[in-house]
Design a protein around this ligand. Sequence first.
Ligand code: ZN
Length: 487
Amino acid sequence: MSDYGVTTRDQDFSQWYLDVIQKAELADYSPVRGCMVIRPNGYAIWEKVQAALDRMIKETGHRNAYFPLFIPESFLKKEAEHVEGFAPECAVVTHGGGAALEEPLMVRPTSETIMYHMYAKWIKSYRDLPLLLNQWANVVRWEMRTRLFLRTTEFLWQEGHTAHATAEEAEEETVKMLRVYESFAQDHMAVPVYIGKKTDAEKFKGAVRTYCIEAMMQDGKALQSGTSHNLGQNFSRPFEVRYQDQNQQWQYCWQTSWGVSTRLLGALIMAHSDDNGLVIPPRLAPTEVVVVPIWRSDEQKSAVMAYVNEIRGLLDGRFRLHIDDRDNFKPGWKYSEWELKGLPVRLEVGPKDLEKRGAMVVRRDNRQKESISIDGLVDGIRRVLDQMQADLFQKAFDFRTSRTRFLDSYEEFQSHMQADPGFVWAHWCGSAECEATVSEQTKATIRIVPFDESDGLETPGAPAPQAGKCILCGKNSPRHVLWAKSY
Ligand SMILES: [Zn+2]
């Protein structure tokens, strides 16, 4: 247990995670099993995530819309793999208004089917393409084992759904959105991610190909943080999403879907936080700077508060700012509270700072202190925030490097996954049987198959393709794939 009442990461990582969420007041359990209440501190971070991503989604040409929560049961059954994948997780509404419904309604687990039913109505000609829509919504998947933010029965997300005239355009879109997620994770969340392909076993049910971003948490486990699917014509055929081409011929559309969810908050917590609580990367911090005034007497208080107001005037509008002038708490108590809640920068302002016309600037992540004069305060805080954002990424990147290995022996692979899980680059022959056996025996799964030349893009940080022998069966393997235990 740390001084802050948080279970340490070394003691029990999963209890640490829950302690951080509870102490930072991010979320709570609901009376409905498996569902989560997102508290204001957690929701404010989600709103920052939404704002940044929404801008990126719109900058790439998409528009937002909203589709119904309920989906007729028959819709889900139109795509064979899709229904097989999702039906067991669906909540089904059988009654409404006191009477049994003629057709049961599924609470959306994802919205491909209801959206494409509408797309079929709206798309008539090649002139209507591409259709590029996104929706911010909640979805429900009946989960047996839940964990706050990472896996909950109801969660919040965005789902983008597009329709295109050609297979090439759909592939381009799938990659484009994967890259959007990659840069959001790295530039905003300060979480390094590997991009790559999912194996058939791990791909979205109904997709031709699934691409994803995969991050490492501080316990060495992987967290799939976003996915982008090339759906080919798997949905456009059963839903008759068609267009007339320039020669008045009817053609089926090529489609994509892509999403990220409140799971990202789980990634943010597990990638950066420490035994003193939450650490929020500055770019996603609802409040960047908290000012804590320090006084011992009423006389000091009025002088310090006048000075704090001067500082407020300087910082207001430039930073997301909070002045903690509560009378009934001591400064030390406030420091620990704001550390637990993860605010990136704390300004301590007392009589000595007033005398020197400065302020003590304290960084949350490494607790570095620096006295900065009031003239240099705006630039100084900006510099500290930028440095913290960059350092968090670098620290997570270095951690990932330190917990990534190349392994050729299955025995070593097994003991490694048991003792000290991390990312492992190992050879795989490509067979679903080998993949299934390894995951059964070690609980590790293939997180990504790196992109190669035939995909027209690469996986930054992945080893160059190199032939070898499958870690399980010893047959030929064209390249290493990334294995890890995952959330
Ligand atoms: Zn094999």
